[in-house]
Design a protein around this ligand. Sequence first.
Ligand code: AHG
Ligand code: MN
Ligand code: MN
Length: 335
Amino acid sequence: MTKSEHITFRQFMLQEHRRVGVTKDLIFLLEDIATACRIISHQIRSGAFSGTLGATEDTNVQGETQKQLDVIANDQFMLHCANTSRVAALVSEELDNVVWQKDAPKKGDYIVYFDPLDGSSNLELNISVGSIFSIVELEEDLSSTDDAAVLIAGQKQVCAGYALYGPSTSLVVTTGDGVNGFTHLNGTGEFLLTFPNMTVPAATNEFAINASRQKYWYPPVARYVDECLHGSDGPRGKNFNMRWVASMVAEVHRILTRGGVFLYPVDTQNADMGGRLRLLYEANPMGFIIEQAGGKASVGGSRILDVAPSDLHQRVPVLLGSSEEIDLLDDYHNS
Ligand code: AHG
Ligand code: MN
Ligand code: MN
């Protein structure tokens, strides 16, 4: 297909404006985020030349060493999200506190949460990494800019998405009425609609988990994986395949493309932190996208999107993907 057979991101979003009332302010914000992602994509691809593939000497609030590109990607998100007058606050994996853009946020203003670079341990390996974002619209004026005001459950998201920096750069977005995937046409600056109405098949025979953590698993996850590994001889009666990229964005993109489940459960080693992945800018946006594509997203027995956040950088268990498998995992957690 040629460019003319695919509509642009802007054309698509304006269709959504007319079809389901996506606001122009949200479209402007998404275009700014798309710009940030295009620049980050370029920075990653040129990292070997500019000497930016390695680490910095700093650690972030998570206690993780920051890569140079973590910082570069964060700067791009901060710069481009601040361009939209309706943005009240920014929350980043790489920043300790909320960055308020307004002294008196109003009803209808946006909070933007983001993981500017996900899977950054893969950077030097030239394996896919991504950016993840989540957008909440304030339902009332805020009386103060206390950081606790941004602790809003995932079910309130009006938009979520990610960019995947792989062999091509993908932008996948939901505004609450399905999931659509765009591909950057190199050299044009355009994201074109290439994967409309992405859906997660209900059944699958593929799972993703970091199996090196097996000795830490709690019984529900240990049982689930054990039954998958027994394949056609076990209670599942079919063989399973396993994948682990260590970039959640790449795992979610695979699940949106051909089904599967991605599991980063709470275990005995990460229990005091609540899990591995962060609620506001990893679990919530991916949970929203997966649900909008017909899949399910759970902390183990209940929805990720129902979790009431208690901390900016809170971690939660993440079990998401094909609905039949997540239902089974929920049953194992609830029985
Ligand atoms: P980040 O690079 O933003 O810190 O996130 C990495 C996350 C996620 O993408 C991935 O699934 C997981 O960490 C990998 O964890 P392991 O190192 O335990 O495999
Ligand atoms: Mn991440
Ligand atoms: Mn990150």
